[in-house]
Design a binder for this molecule. Structure first.
Ligand SMILES: Cc1cc2nc3c(=O)[nH]c(=O)nc-3n(C[C@H](O)[C@H](O)[C@H](O)COP(=O)(O)OP(=O)(O)OC[C@H]3O[C@@H](n4cnc5c(N)ncnc54)[C@H](O)[C@@H]3O)c2cc1C
Length: 448
């Protein structure tokens, strides 16, 4: 285990080239502070900006609510220096054309370049056909980079969670700080209403949209610290969208004007315009604080997260939430707790969990009344001696969720082709059966 927190030097900010060289333990907020005097910032805005390190953001391929304009961390990584498991150092960066050896430096560069070229040759079709066509994609290794006309091998490591090399130094691209940010918070009576409005708002060119489910949030203590949002937080509406526009003063105002033009047709119960910096930063702080606020709720009001980081095309979010609410309604929402079993698919291959682990999990779930959800029904592939985990566990009312998140595109695809929906019926406690709950897939959106 290596802790990089002391490797926290911003080595260089090259304002002209909009680049920074940093050690991996630099916290994003510290990089932003170093870049701000030059009118620059690191664009991908994780909500953990005050804690997330650049090494960790590269590890996770982090991004945030402004991913509609800034993309993900991988889009900002230019070069990376690291250490391999063998102890050898490595330097990764842009290739000259498709020549992979030109993008790797270090003693192991020749065999690594040859191995990558073999992967590219062998898996080109699979990578091209089966990669989710999402704006945001953080699943598996970023093998898509290999198919780029000029791959950048530093980006190949982005999202690899430290499994390929330990990052020791990074060069990243910075973005210009916008002159102005303006926004609005819109409250809706239903989650679906907010999510449908989200689709229309995306057409107005926002720099960020964030969705908040207000009902659980209202149970949290500590909301008094958000006086500007109080009217919305104390109301009865179910959901909140915060929307932001950035650019020059005119651009940001024009964006807000487009939103105002639409406002009458969005179905919002209330709108608060966030036109001063304090109001916007309060809305952003609320977004960042949601998880800590929820986790601070007393006793039974403290929620248990069970579906996180899903990627759903914005125009399917309404259906997605309706499906999710159906699942919650099927079980008593106040007691719902679930374990989701999910292998890594596609770019990294299938990582089947050991059978003993799944059996232990099954037993624990039975004992405690926790729902076991198989997110990807090929979980059992290989080691369970069966194509589908549910065929092993099905008599015990496991839930099968297919195509649940962006990560499942490939699997959902297999599923549709094999028409296994009919084979894997869900046995409910009353003895009746139901087809697996199928969540929406087709993930092409950028919505956090
Ligand atoms: C409340 C909360 C909110 C979040 N919000 C967001 C969000 O808005 N957007 C988003 O994208 N993510 C979000 N995340 C997850 C987010 O990715 C992390 O918070 C952050 O980016 C990771 O940074 P870290 O320094 O904590 O990394 P860690 O958690 O320490 O590491 C992340 C991964 O990178 C690897 N890693 C770390 N350092 C190195 C290194 N030097 N070399 C190689 N590998 C390394 C680790 O092994 C690990 O796999 C959130 C998490 C929480 C808890």
């Amino acid at each position: 285990m290596v802790d990089c927190f002391k490797l926290d030097a911003v080595l260089e900010v090259d304002a002209g080239a909009r680049r920074a060289r940093v050690q991996p333990g630099v916290v994003q907020a510290a990089l932003n502070a170093a870049a701000a005097p030059y009118g620059l910032e690191f664009g991908p805005d994780t909500s953990t900006v005050d804690q997330a390190t650049l090494g960790g953001m590269v590890g996770n391929n982090s991004s945030g609510s402004r991913s509609v304009v800034y993309g993900e961390t991988k889009d900002k990584v230019l070069r990376l220096a690291g250490v391999l498991a063998t102890g050898e150092t490595i330097a990764l960066g842009p290739c000259a054309g498709g020549d992979l050896s030109s993008g790797i430096g270090g003693a192991a560069s020749a065999p690594l370049a040859a191995a990558l070229a073999r992967i590219r040759g062998r898996a080109r079709g699979v990578i091209a056909d089966r990669s989710p066509q999402t704006g945001r994609c953080t699943s598996g290794y970023n093998l898509r980079e290999l198919l780029a006309p000029q791959p950048n091998l530093a980006r190949l490591l982005t999202g690899s969670e430290g499994t390929l090399a330990l990052t020791t130094e990074l060069e990243v691209l910075l973005d210009p700080l916008p002159g102005r940010r303006l926004g609005a918070a819109l409250a809706f009576d239903t989650l679906r209403g907010a999510l449908e409005a989200n689709v229309a708002i995306l057409d107005t060119g926002p720099s960020a949209i964030e969705f908040l489910d207000l009902e659980p949030l209202r149970r949290a203590a500590g909301l008094a610290g958000y006086p500007r949002m109080a009217a919305l937080l104390e109301g009865r509406e179910a959901a909140l969208l915060t929307v932001e526009y950035q650019g020059s003063e005119e651009e940001a105002r024009a964006g807000l004007g487009r939103l105002a033009g639409l406002a009458g047709s969005l179905g919002a119960a209330r709108i608060v315009w966030l036109e001063d910096a304090e109001a916007l930063s309060e809305a952003a702080a609320l977004r960042r604080a949601v998880l800590p606020l929820l986790m601070g709720a007393p006793g039974a009001d403290r929620p248990t997260a069970f579906v996180e980081d899903t990627a759903v095309a914005p125009d399917r979010l309404g259906d997605f939430v309706a499906d999710l609410e159906r699942l919650v309604a099927l079980h008593d929402a106040s007691t719902i707790a679930a374990v989701i079993v999910e292998p890594v698919m596609l770019t990294a291959g299938v990582h089947a969990l050991p059978q003993e682990y799944l059996e232990g999990l099954r037993a624990l779930c039975d004992e405690t009344g926790v729902i076991l959800i198989f997110d990807e029904i090929v979980t059992g592939f290989g080691r369970l001696g069966s194509w589908f985990a549910p065929s092993v566990f099905f008599d015990k009312s496991a839930h099968v969720v297919t195509g649940f998140a962006g990560r499942c595109e490939c699997c959902g695809h297999n599923l549709r082709q094999r028409r296994v929906e009919a084979l894997v019926e869900l046995k409910l406690e009353d003895g009746s059966t139901q087809l697996p709950m199928e969540f929406r897939r087709d993930v092409r959106g950028k919505c956090h």
